[in-house]
Design a protein around this ligand. Structure first.
Ligand code: T5A
Length: 212
């Protein structure tokens, strides 16, 4: 069975982690081999990069931030994503290349063509089979995060930044909807899980023969 790379994207608090858990459980019930992972931090090296990116108290320029995300992705692709897809796993990845375009490109204002080139270097051509963009208003995301009571460095960047990021996701989806799917992230959790399943199902290989 050939694997799949399914990516979840969206602003902070969009519900990616929650929906990845629902989809993982459903896929495993059907007998699919599933790997869940995330960026930044999906490798041992990536964990160190994640700590720097999200929690450093040192000055971090936009360019340094961009390159650290790219380094995290290169390691993730080499050691986790490509091997898992090659082995036939359904990989559910929390954030990937569109995050860098949305956050560092539209959010920070770095050059989109440069980021696209860097994404190509970091991924060596591993593109998602499907990218699910869970779209929520920034106010909703902030309310969810505040009720959770924790803001990291990027979350603390402010409302205007996150509005630009959301506009970035909109622009990316409008520019190439062939593998990107927008989902209404404000739906109740289980309704959204059902909507995601409707989108994902046609992209899956046949379930393993010995599954129920
Ligand atoms: N970043 C990352 C970049 O800037 N560039 C890059 O290239 C990459 C890869 C990662 C940060 O790094 C940045 C983006 C991020 O700022 P992170 O800690 O991994 O940081 O943060 P997120 O990926 O944003 O994870 P979050 O946990 O903040 O958001 P999720 O996973 O989208 O949301 P989730 O599922 O944890 O839910 C948040 C809350 O909402 C509730 C949940 O119970 C939870 O309390 N919720 C719902 N409530 C109502 N209705 C629903 N449908 C709900 N779904 C979830």
């Amino acid at each position: 069975m050939s694997g799949r790379l399914i990516v979840f994207e969206g602003i902070e608090g969009a519900g990616k982690t929650t929906q990845i858990r629902h989809l993982q459980a459903h896929l495993e019930t059907l007998g699919y081999p599933v790997l869940t992972t995330y960026e930044p931090g999906g490798t041992a090296l990536g964990q160190q990069l994640r700590a720097m990116l999200l929690h450093t108290t040192q000055p971090l320029s936009d360019c340094t931030e961009l390159l650290l995300y790219a380094a995290d992705r290169a390691a993730h692709v080499d050691h986790v994503l490509r091997p898992a897809v090659t082995q036939g796993q359904i990989v559910l990845c929390d954030r990937y290349t569109d995050s860098t375009l949305a956050y560092q490109g539209y959010g920070r204002g770095l050059d989109l063509a440069t980021i696209t080139s860097l994404n190509q270097i970091a991924t060596a051509g591993l593109v998602p089979d499907l990218t699910l963009w869970l779209d929520i208003p920034v106010d909703v995301g902030f309310a969810r995060l505040h009720s959770r009571g924790r803001l990291d460095r990027v979350e603390a960047a402010g409302r205007a930044f996150h509005e630009r990021v959301r506009r970035g996701y909109t622009a990316l989806w409008q520019a190439d909807p062939s593998y990107r799917q927008r989902l209404e992230g404000t739906l109740p959790e289980l309704d959204l899980a059902a909507a995601i399943w409707q989108v994902v199902q046609p992209h899956l290989p046949l379930p393993p023969a010995d599954s129920n």
